[in-house]
Design a protein around this ligand. Structure first.
Ligand SMILES: *Cc1c(COP(=O)(O)O)cnc(C)c1O
Length: 339
C-alpha cells in the first residue's frame, strides 16, 4: 500500500478505498450493478433523497480471521433490515442475494484495506439507497441508486473498551409512530443538534427516552442500550421506535446461551437506573461501549466504576468480538465466510 495505514488510529472516519458498488433501479427493475472507482455521485438536483430524505442505509463489517481468511457477521440480518427500511419509505427492496453479493464484491476489491488479524481494525461497509431522478413533488421517486462503499475503521467511540458518559436531553430522535425503527437518514438529521449539546457539555453523546412519555430509555445516540442488574439479569429496552440493533440481539443470545444469564427485553425507566450495576451501548460501529455515567435532569448516575469496565461487559465483549473474528465458535448462520 502506498500510504501506510496506522490501523489502531483510524477511529471512525472516511477513507477513500479503491472500489465501490453501484446499482441502478429504473423502469421497475435493478440493473446488474458494478464496481466503480469514482467516489462521487452525479444525481439530479430534484432527487427525493436531497429534498425529502428518501434514503435508507446499513452498516456492517468484514473481519480478518487468524488464518488470514475474511468473514462477514450476519449480513442476512442487514439485508432483511434494509428491506424493511425501504418498505417504510416506499423504496424498492434489494433482494438478499444481491445485497450480500455486493458486500462480497466490495470487500474482495478492497482487501488491501482490511488489516491483518488482531490489530483491532475491521472493514466497515456502508450500503445505502437513495431516491434519484427528476421529481420535485412529494411522492416516491421512480429511480433509485443502491451503493456500497467501505472504509477501514478502528473503534467508533475513541478509547475502545473504556467507559464514557452520556447526557439525557429533552429532544427526541423519532416520533412515537414515525421512523425510529427504520435505519433512515432522517432520524440522524434530527439527532445532530442534541448530539452537539451533549458534545459541548463534555459527554460522548445523548440518550433518547421514549417519545411518548419521556420516562424510558430507548437509544444511546446511534447505538442500543443494555444493562446487567444486581441479580445478574441482562436487560435491554423494548419499543417500536428503537432501531433493532443486530449487535443487541446477538448480545442477548450470547448472554443467554454462552454466559447463562437470564435475559429480558423490558421497559428501562430512567429514574430506576440503580437496578443496574453495569450498562453499555452496542452497535456495529460502537461494538460494546461501557457507560460510566448518565446525567438526567442535572444529576449524574454512575455505574460499576467511572473508569473500570465491569466483568460482565468484558465477557460480552470477549464473546462478541471472538465470534466476529472467528476465534469462538459462532451460532449456526452467524458467519458468512468470504475467503
Ligand atoms: C445502526 C443503528 C444501531 C446499531 O445497529 P447494529 O445492527 O447493531 O449495527 C443502533 N441504533 C441506531 C439508531 C442505528 O442507526
Amino acid at each position: 500500500m502506498e500510504q501506510q495505514l496506522d490501523w489502531q488510529k483510524l477511529g471512525f472516519s472516511y477513507t477513500k478505498t479503491d472500489f465501490r458498488y453501484i446499482s441502478k433501479w429504473k423502469d421497475g427493475k435493478w440493473d446488474d450493478g458494478e464496481l466503480v472507482t469514482d467516489n462521487n455521485l452525479l444525481i439530479n438536483e430534484s432527487s427525493t433523497c436531497l429534498h425529502y430524505g428518501q434514503q435508507a442505509f446499513e452498516g456492517l463489517k468484514a473481519y480478518r480471521r487468524k488464518d488470514g481468511g475474511i468473514q462477514l457477521f450476519r449480513p442476512d440480518e442487514n439485508a432483511k433490515r434494509m428491506r424493511l427500511s425501504c418498505r417504510r419509505l416506499l423504496m424498492p427492496e434489494i433482494p438478499e442475494e444481491k445485497f450480500i453479493d455486493a458486500c462480497v464484491q466490495v470487500v474482495k476489491a478492497n482487501e488491501r484495506f482490511l488489516a491483518p488479524y488482531g490489530v483491532g481494525s475491521t472493514l466497515y461497509l456502508r450500503p445505502f439507497m437513495i431516491g434519484v431522478g427528476e421529481n420535485i413533488g412529494v411522492k416516491p421517486s421512480k429511480e433509485y441508486l443502491f451503493c456500497i462503499f467501505c472504509m477501514p475503521v478502528s473503534t467508533y467511540f475513541k478509547g475502545g473498551l473504556q467507559p464514557v458518559n452520556f447526557l439525557v436531553t429533552d429532544y427526541d430522535r423519532a416520533a412515537p409512530h414515525g421512523t425510529g425503527g427504520s435505519k433512515v437518514g432522517g432520524n440522524y438529521a434530527a439527532s445532530l443538534y442534541p448530539h452537539q449539546i451533549a458534545k459541548d457539555r463534555g459527554f460522548q453523546d445523548c440518550i433518547y427516552l421514549d417519545p411518548t412519555t419521556h420516562t424510558k430509555i430507548e437509544e444511546v445516540g446511534a447505538a442500543n442500550f443494555f444493562g446487567i442488574t444486581h441479580d445478574n439479569k441482562f436487560i435491554t429496552p423494548i419499543s417500536p421506535s428503537i432501531l433493532p440493533s443486530i449487535t443487541k440481539y446477538s448480545l442477548l443470545h450470547i448472554a443467554k446461551e454462552y454466559l447463562h444469564l437470564e435475559v429480558e427485553e423490558a421497559d428501562v425507566y430512567i429514574d430506576k437506573l440503580d437496578i443496574f450495576k453495569e450498562v453499555g451501548a452496542c452497535g456495529t460501529a460502537a461494538v460494546i461501549t461501557p457507560i460510566g455515567g448518565i446525567e438526567f435532569v442535572g444529576k449524574m448516575h454512575t455505574f460499576y466504576s467511572q473508569t473500570e469496565v465491569g466483568p460482565f461487559t468484558k465477557e460480552l465483549y470477549r464473546y462478541l468480538t471472538g465470534i466476529q473474528q472467528g476465534d469462538i465458535e459462532a451460532p449456526v448462520g452467524w458467519i458468512y465466510p468470504i475467503k
